[in-house]
Write a protein that binds this ligand. Structure first.
Ligand SMILES: [Fe+2]
Ligand SMILES: [Fe+2]
Length: 197
């Protein structure tokens, strides 16, 4: 295991969660659909908890959570750009469109979040005992929530787009109704949407 690169992953994971908190705060302000708003409020709370979990992991490994790296700066830049995109849409005066932009921004941010935690899970299976234990414990707390953040929001983004096109939409989306937690489950849910209209 390349320790330095593992540290890089952890710093990026923390930065992703920090950006996620801001993105969810902005997204909640754009949510019109009540169920979606509740969902994003829940994800916001979970993401705040993920920040704490990552800060603890980094500190426990004897590292400084404030450490800057070029890669971390890139993650922050992307997060800030997504935030700006949401704000741009929110001030444009079309609430439905802003809600879709917020959903798309979350999908983009959660792709990175999901990848980080997948990699943390992979490392946990291979690292030296103390590190492995720490990562495994964190991963177990977070994994299911990350699946939900990504797959359910993908469903919302698609169905809100369908609705905006004047087509039949399944709201809440099938991913939500079927409580999808895997990529295969998301594909199945999407496949089943025609039967849910
Ligand atoms: Fe997260
Ligand atoms: Fe997430």
């Amino acid at each position: 295991m390349k320790e330095e690169q593992l540290n890089e992953l952890l710093y990026q994971a923390l930065e992703t969660e920090l950006g996620g908190v801001q993105i969810y705060e902005a997204a909640v302000r754009c949510a019109i659909n009540e169920e979606l708003k509740e969902e994003w409020e829940k994800y916001l709370e979970q993401t705040r908890n993920h920040v704490e979990i990552m800060q603890n992991v980094i500190t426990e490994l004897g590292l400084d959570p404030e450490t800057e790296t070029p890669g971390r700066k890139v993650v922050r830049h992307i997060g800030e750009s997504l935030l700006q995109a949401i704000e741009m849409a929110r001030t444009a005066g079309e609430p439905e469109a802003a809600q879709v932009v917020a959903a798309e921004a979350i999908v983009l941010a959660e792709n990175k979040d999901h990848l980080n935690w997948h990699l943390i899970g992979e490392v946990a299976g291979k690292a030296k005992s103390k590190v492995a234990e720490l990562l495994k414990e964190a991963h177990e707390k977070v994994e299911d929530e990350e699946d939900e953040h990504l797959y359910h929001t993908m469903g919302w983004a698609r169905e809100l787009w369908m609705e905006s096109l004047g087509m039949k939409a399944v709201l809440p989306p099938p991913e939500e109704v079927k409580d999808v937690k895997t990529a295969i489950g998301a594909a199945r849910a999407q496949n089943a949407r025609s039967k849910m209209m």
